[in-house]
Design a protein. Structure first.
Length: 153
């Protein structure tokens, strides 16, 4: 997250090359923004920020650039049941908090117990587990006003 601009570009060039993709300034602008933010933006939000620096860029180009970054392992696409998607420039294992009112997604500092996850995976029948996703849902601070917390029964 705090790499120098030069190393961010080197990371991008190497990953694109390794995946047979060309380096473009549009892709670089999308990657730089995604790499610097912790906001898990939607494609629209990335577009609104990136077009300030790359005036001619289209939403379609931003969307394709995001998908290219995901394909190169430089970003993670978080999809939701309502068909919406957010992009995460952080690709190490971590979990999320998601506000069910405004949709904001933030990183959860805590980690799940690896042994408990392995125990759950071992209980899967006729299924090859390759990963898992943990998301805590609820209300962010601004949306929590007027909401009652769910108490465990
Ligand atoms: Zn919220
Ligand atoms: Mn994240």
């Amino acid at each position: 997250m705090f790499d120098s601009p030069e190393s961010v570009e080197t990371i991008l060039r190497q990953a694109l090359e390794a995946n047979g993709q060309r380096f473009t300034e549009q892709r670089a602008a999308v990657f730089r923004y995604l790499h610097a933010t912790e906001s898990h933006p939607t494609a629209d939000e990335v577009f609104l920020h990136v077009r300030e620096n790359v005036p001619g860029i289209s939403l379609a180009t931003v969307y394709k650039s995001l998908e290219t970054l995901v394909g190169c392992g430089l970003a993670v696409k978080l999809t939701y049941g309502d068909g919406s998607a957010r992009y995460d420039g952080r690709t190490d294992d971590h979990h999320h908090l998601r506000c069910v009112a405004c949709g904001v997604v933030t990183d959860l500092p805590g980690r799940a117990d690896d042994r408990e996850v392995a125990r759950l995976a071992a209980s899967a029948q006729e299924f090859m587990v390759t990963g898992y996703r943990l998301e805590l849902t609820g209300y962010c601070t601004s949306c929590a006003q007027g909401q009652t917390r769910a108490h465990p029964a």
